[in-house]
Write a protein that binds this ligand. Structure first.
Ligand code: 5AD
Ligand code: FES
Length: 346
C-alpha cells in the first residue's frame, strides 16, 4: 500500500486507521517527524508540559517464571537473588515521599514468598502511612482473588505488560506453562476489580513482526489501559535469546507517537529501557509523546541485581539520586515534573 501524507493526517485527526495503514506506517520512517510533532501537540493539549513521576521500588528479583528474554528468569542460575523486607520497602517509600513522590510502584518477579498475606500486609502498611499516595503493583500474574485482596488492602494500580498480543509469538517468548490467554484474563480481572491498569510490550523482541505489533495496537484498543509502557527489547547474555539484537530505538519512538495519537489521554512512560539504549532516550521519548518517568527508588545496593537486561541505567553509586537527575532531564526536554498524584483524566 502506498501510504500518503493525507492518510497519515487522517490517522492523526481520527486516532485510528485500517490495518494496511498501520502496517505501512510501522515500516517507514517517512512520517516520523510529523508523528512526533502531532503527538507532542496532542500531549500538550491534554497534559500541558506536565510529566508525572512514579517511584519504582524493585522489591524482589526472585521469579518462578522462565521468560526467555528476561535476565531474572528462574533458569538464570548466575543471577544473585534478593528480596526486600517490609521495613526496607517502607523506608524506600519514606525516602520517596520526602523527594515528592506520590505514587509508589512495587515491581518484582513472580516470587512465591510474597503470598497474599505477606503482600497485603505490605500494601496495608504503605496505605496506612501514606494515605495520599497511589500504590501501584507490578508483580505478575496472580489469581483474581489475590488481585481483589490486594485491591482491598489499598492498592490502586497494577502494571502487567501483555508482552505480545499474538499467541504464537507469546509461545516463542515464554515457556509452555505461560499463555497469552491467561495474561489477558489477568488484565481484564484487574480492570473489573477497579484497578487503573497498565499494559504494554517490548519493541523488537525476537520473532516480532509488523503484523504482530499491529495486533498489539488492536489489543490495546480493546483493553483501553490507563498506562501503556513500551521499551526496546535489550539483550541479556544469560538468557536463551543472547544472540538476538536489541530492538530499534527509532521504532520505539515512532510507536510512542502512534500510541499518543491513538490514546490521547494515556499515561505513557519514557522507560528505563529507552534510557538504556540511548543516553538521551527518555528525553527523546518525552518529546515523542510520553508523559511519565519512573525514577528508581530501590536501595542502591540491590539495583544492579534487578537486571532484566544488560547495561541498565541508574544502577551505580552516582544514581542514588535519580529524582534530581530526571528533574534535569525532563526540564532539558522541555517539560516539567509535577508531584501531585496524577489521577487519569478521561
Ligand atoms: N529487554 C527489555 N525489556 C525487558 N523486559 C523484560 N526483559 C526485558 C529485556 N530483556 C520488560 C518486560 C517486562 C518489564 C518489567 O520489563 O516487558 O514486562
Ligand atoms: Fe537514575 Fe538519571 S534517572 S541516574
Amino acid at each position: 500500500m502506498a501510504l500518503t501524507k493525507t492518510i497519515v493526517e487522517e490517522f492523526i485527526r481520527t486516532g485510528d486507521m485500517d490495518d494496511a495503514g498501520f502496517l505501512a506506517l510501522l515500516q517507514t520512517d517517512a512520517f516520523d517527524e510529523l508523528l512526533k510533532k502531532e503527538a507532542d501537540r496532542i500531549r500538550r493539549e491534554n497534559y500541558g508540559e506536565d510529566v508525572y513521576i512514579r517511584g519504582l521500588i524493585e522489591f524482589t528479583n526472585y521469579c518462578k517464571n522462565n521468560c526467555y528474554y528476561c535476565g531474572i528468569r528462574c533458569g538464570n542460575k548466575k543471577a544473585e537473588r534478593y528480596r526486600l523486607s517490609q521495613e526496607e520497602i517502607l523506608s524506600c517509600c519514606d525516602e520517596g515521599y520526602r523527594l515528592g513522590f506520590r505514587t509508589f510502584v512495587l515491581q518484582g518477579g513472580e516470587d512465591p514468598y510474597y503470598t497474599d498475606e505477606v503482600l497485603c500486609g505490605i500494601v496495608k502498611e504503605i496505605r496506612g502511612r501514606f494515605p495520599d499516595c497511589a500504590i501501584t503493583l507490578s508483580a505478575g500474574e496472580r489469581s483474581r482473588e489475590s488481585y481483589q485482596a490486594l485491591f482491598d488492602a489499598g492498592a490502586n494500580r497494577y502494571l502487567l505488560r501483555h508482552e505480545t498480543a499474538d499467541d504464537v509469538h507469546y509461545g516463542k517468548l515464554h515457556p509452555a506453562e505461560m499463555s497469552l490467554k491467561n495474561r489477558k484474563a489477568c488484565l481484564f480481572h484487574l480492570k473489573e476489580i477497579g484497578y487503573q491498569v497498565g499494559s504494554g510490550f517490548m519493541v523488537g523482541s525476537p520473532y516480532q513482526t509488523p503484523e504482530i505489533i499491529l495486533k498489539d495496537l488492536r489489543f490495546l484498543q480493546e483493553l483501553k489501559p490507563d498506562m501503556i509502557g513500551i521499551g526496546p527489547y535489550l539483550t541479556h547474555q544469560d538468557t536463551p535469546f543472547r544472540e538476538f539484537e536489541n530492538g530499534s530505538f527509532e521504532l520505539t519512538l515512532r510507536l510512542i507517537s502512534i500510541l499518543r495519537i491513538i490514546f490521547p489521554w494515556a499515561l505513557i512512560p519514557a522507560t528505563t529501557a529507552l534510557g538504556t539504549i540511548r543516553p538521551d532516550g527518555r528525553e527523546r521519548g518525552l518529546q515523542a509523546g510520553a508523559n511519565v518517568v519512573m525514577p528508581n527508588l530501590s536501595p542502591v545496593g540491590v539495583r544492579e541485581l534487578y537486571s532484566l537486561y544488560e547495561n541498565k541505567i541508574c544502577t551505580g553509586e552516582e544514581a542514588a539520586q535519580c529524582r534530581g537527575c530526571l528533574e534535569q532531564r525532563v526540564r532539558s526536554a522541555g517539560y516539567r515534573i509535577v508531584t501531585h498524584i496524577g489521577n487519569v483524566k478521561r
